[in-house]
Design a binder for this molecule. Structure first.
Ligand SMILES: [Zn+2]
Length: 166
């Protein structure tokens, strides 16, 4: 099997199990039995307690996971349920709305953790970052040096020395 495909599958299965994408050993979230609030349920840990992989790289990091993966998956599910009910059953509009919206809301709630974990895995696959102790002082992100250095203000030219008189 291709190395990249194997790496992608490894990250995918780790995400399905809500495990750290880097080491696959420690969870991304607080275990369900220890959840005491909605915040505990939805918020990932700061990082992996085993390998130190930072889960939330920056503020709003998981916004795309909610909008694209969670809401996207919910929308596809809603469309599929609607098409199925519309094609096979002739429901009234209120009944149809309840039948479509209820499973979508449940799906969004139950899939919220997985969408964040899948987003972590996707990000780790396409933009892996090394551990902070690897010598980089930029928070672990590997960056190439800029090819064209940004322009700097010109240095003031020193005053010319007077020419020697002959
Ligand atoms: Zn880890």
């Amino acid at each position: 099997m291709n190395h990249d495909l194997r790496r992608a599958m490894t990250y995918f299965f780790r995400a399905c199990l809500l495990k750290c994408p880097e080491c696959g050993k420690k969870p991304v979230f607080i275990p369900l039995l220890r959840v005491r609030s909605l915040r505990d349920y939805f918020t990932p840990l700061d990082g992996c307690p085993r390998c130190g992989y930072a889960y939330e790289r920056e503020t709003g990091y998981f916004l795309l996971s909610i909008w694209a993966i969670n809401y996207g998956g919910g929308s596809l599910l809603g469309i599929a349920i609607y098409c199925f009910l519309e094609f096979f059953y002739q429901l009234s509009l209120p009944m149809l709305l309840v039948s479509v919206i209820t499973p979508v809301v449940l799906f969004n709630f139950l899939f919220a953790r997985h969408s964040k974990s899948l987003f972590l895995a996707l990000d780790h696959y396409f933009d892996p970052h090394t551990k902070p102790d690897s010598g980089n002082d930029d928070g672990g992100n590997v960056k190439e040096p800029p090819k064209n250095p940004p322009p700097t203000a010109p240095h003031p030219t020193p005053p010319r020395e007077p020419m020697a008189l002959r």
